[in-house]
Design a protein around this ligand. Sequence first.
Ligand SMILES: CC(C)(COP(=O)(O)OP(=O)(O)OC[C@H]1O[C@@H](n2cnc3c(N)ncnc32)[C@H](O)[C@@H]1OP(=O)(O)O)[C@@H](O)C(=O)NCCC(=O)NCCS
Length: 265
Amino acid sequence: MLSTIRTEIRSDTTGQVSREPQPPARHSRQPVSFRSVEREELVVAGSMGVRGLISEVRGRTHEETVRLLGEGVQSLRADGVRRAHILVDPADLLARAAEEVGFRYCPGETLLRRELDDLPEPARGCSNTLSVRDGDAEDLARIGLTLSKVSTLEFKGWELLLIRQELRRPDRFFKVLEANGDIVGASIGGSFGEQGTISHTWVAPSSRNQGFGEALSTASLEALYAAGARNVYLMTTSGNDRATRFWQRQGFQERADVSFMEIDL
Ligand SMILES: CC(C)(COP(=O)(O)OP(=O)(O)OC[C@H]1O[C@@H](n2cnc3c(N)ncnc32)[C@H](O)[C@@H]1OP(=O)(O)O)[C@@H](O)C(=O)NCCC(=O)NCCS
């Protein structure tokens, strides 16, 4: 099945697909889109940060939709991601098809969204001893273990491997926050066409409540904006009121009209 997809894949960051040969994608490995013009079916899938996203599915029947979702999931697995997401309206048939493929709702999680029509306002709480920069492999080695121990992050070992493999992908960002030579924060995320996500943001406990988180959020949003993201989603786990409040202050609002489903690949 995968080889069938691969023969018809068109890389296209806008999510628009065509039978015509496409110009090289801006982010060469980013989206994997598939369309059969004859059957008017479509699935658009790609990695968004360190997770996969199925951003569009169009099948005429339930069976077709299930098959297309399965194909999208397979192409994401081949791309190296180990967890994928899809946004659904629970009342919609797509939600039922996604469940059939193995996607599950995440009841304890809150979905937040922010539009990104413009660059974010500069962060206020920065000091001259603080800098946010792109992280490298050495930084990952320094903070990977720390991140994996923060329970609210649910940061997985395979995410670390993924980031390390392709640190300079333009559709992905890894920012570190340095104060007096120490790494005291990090942020990881990425985009898929106009969709963007901030997968993980962390500030060391002793450095919190000084505006460092805001500095990381601003740098993350700037990176997403530069990559073309205009719609940014993120999740907070239930009970993490500090994080939810923090993101609301960064312009995110709870999105209750759609639900978020995920699948482990
Ligand atoms: C969420 C998190 C990243 C916030 O980092 P932070 O550096 O404390 O963030 P900020 O300092 O920018 O903002 C935190 C609070 O401090 C306040 N603050 C900022 N600068 C301040 C200052 N100079 N003086 C006093 N208070 C200040 C802000 O108003 C904000 O208030 P809020 O709690 O009402 O939002 C951090 O708590 C964290 O790493 N948590 C664990 C990991 C986690 O859960 N991440 C989120 C997963 S979705």
